[in-house]
Design a binder for this molecule. Sequence first.
Ligand code: FAQ
Length: 315
Amino acid sequence: MKELSIAELEAKFQDKIDREIKIEPNDWMPDAYRKTLIRQISQHAHSEVVGMLPEGNWITRAPNLRRKAVLLAKVQDEAGHGLYLYSSVETLGADRESTIDDMHAGKAKYSSIFNYPALTWADIGAIGWLVDGAAIMNQVALCRTSYGPYARAMVKICKEESFHQRQGYESLAVLAKGSPEQKAMAQDALNRFWWPALMMFGPSDADSPHSAQSIKWKIKRLSNDELRQNFIDATVPQAELIGLTVPDSNLKWNESRGHYDFSPINWEEFYQVLEGNGPCNRERIEARRKAKENGMWVREAANAFAAKRAMKKTA
Ligand code: FAQ
């Protein structure tokens, strides 16, 4: 049989994508498609794992047993999401440990939002409501991403994130209806998390180097700006419902656009956080490095056990 040229393979690949056929691990794919997926999925996995830190810090300080049980379950879910995603990266031939080392060395990113501190109990509600809310907005679109293992992982993750978003909103709604101090604490959490949550969607479309190609490959189904706008449109009425004010004096429903108008985003702050200069960047990386170091004996024991089993099988 005649061997296909790279151009022919690429045309066949794009045709499959255009016909909504999922790409699976053993299918031929352009190197750049594989690289983009390894970059995006591993960074997504790192975000899930680093994302456990701000909330994990509050498990011992949750105000009652119910809140503690819910928070514990949520943080464990995030660990599970990291694991599905690392497995999904491995189907692309990447080595999980190297992707983790890249993050520790500052070569791979994780979501900017996790470089902000959780200062009060209300921040835990705000993280569930806004951070998980923004994550779902992005991840529902990713359930239809072109790479099969990533799309399937997203379906399960979205179901759990949806519970996370609701528990956060409910927790903040209770504070907003509480004493004046509790309401002020809820408002302060919204004030601090609103803009960083909007930044989670990434740079505006004009400044997003990967978007055009990722949309052509249907890795991304909606652009950064479209997702951000959808998030704002969905979240503003939720804030109003619980009597909180979104910290943007230019926020206004635009009848002709059918969307909310909002103030420009402070992209300087976003890029500073990406550069490693956010409030908690150093602390987060240090915590993950230490976790790897302290857990090394478990990895070594598991590897030794696996090697022994493999030797027994071949004997
Ligand atoms: N933070 O050209 P684009 C969660 C980077 S999960 C840091 O637009 P792309 C669950 C980007 O990587 C949250 N870096 O890139 C949870 C690229 O840098 P690179 C994570 C960012 O990939 C909740 C450069 O900027 N979700 O929260 C950010 O096409 C609560 C140029 O940007 C995902 O990862 C950012 N915000 O679009 C856990 C979803 N934005 O790689 C615990 C999957 C952009 O060239 C508690 N990822 N950058 O060095 C995606 O959908 C995409 O990768 C985007 C970025 C939309 C994030």
